[in-house]
Design a protein around this ligand. Sequence first.
Ligand code: NAD
Length: 317
Amino acid sequence: MSKDSIAFIGLGAMGLPMARNLVKGGFAVTGFDLDANALDSLEQAGGKRAASARAAAEGAGLVIAMLPTAAHIRAALEGEGGALAALTDASLFINMSTILPQETDAIAALLAERGLRMLDSPVGRSAMEAERGTLLILASGSGPDKARAQEALLCMGNQIIDCGEVGGGSRVKVVNNFMGISLNALTAEALTLAEACGLSVELALQVMRGTIAGLGHMNITYPNKVLRGDLSAGFQVDLAHKDLGLALELASRSRACVPMGSAAYQSYTAARAQGLGAQDYSAIYPLMRSLAGLPKALPYTVDTPVNADPFGKAAAR
Ligand code: NAD
């Protein structure tokens, strides 16, 4: 089967290396960006430049967008010189930008009304992995569309996760970033607190890399407790509330600002108010599900603990 020709719209920190990797993979790539320097760089790498998104998409099999926001995608599709006019039922539009899932749904509907197809395929990891062609690709769309795009996607990434129908990729990307970005802020607070209360950051790192703080609840606490339906106290909500209170007091006395920790304290206070004080502290999860109006039964359970005693007998928390 012959390779699809590719239009690549948005040649920024991510898009340019991704387009370069498509060229390296033997695809004919025509790019468009508002920045002429980005087009120069694509040409130097063996791609072609176009004068508009529409010109790039004319006759292309795959039309890829890697743009900052949904508004930029709308402009590149529906604005003057937009690619929408060049899309046909023989082409496949692939959005790889990170946007609000409802915007993904709306763009997919806009295309579907015209008999056009779309793959929703945002990416995980960063510009360094975009350079190396080792992005994590979160592909969602119809089976035939995913199969058609696979060879091109594997030029840009080394792992494709099937995220179901269009909209699945955008949803999992935003949820993943919610956690990664929030944990970044919490990590900064913890290291700042360590330094502000007189510890060496090196010591704090050494300790926290070996406990749940650094190893992560998704890997340890959740599969061993709440996701097994076990809320018997390994570490009680009451004690977690007490310990987080100690940290907030220490932060106050050390003049460290800890907004993420303060917000988490309110969740443990709410859990105690709901009568969950004697349960395992992972009971915060069913509490949040109940506040979101989700059904009582867990949507996913694991039968076997991942590692029943991850820290050995002298468990540190
Ligand atoms: P960027 O700002 O570096 O690049 C965006 C490019 O789009 C720019 O070159 C800009 O000139 C171009 N552009 C804007 N409007 C345009 C239009 N109408 N037509 C053509 N080109 C246009 O952004 P980036 O870091 O490459 O991010 C792109 C997307 O990827 C974002 O949605 C971002 O959230 C997502 N993402 C970024 C990273 C990262 O580490 N940078 C990682 C994963 C996902």
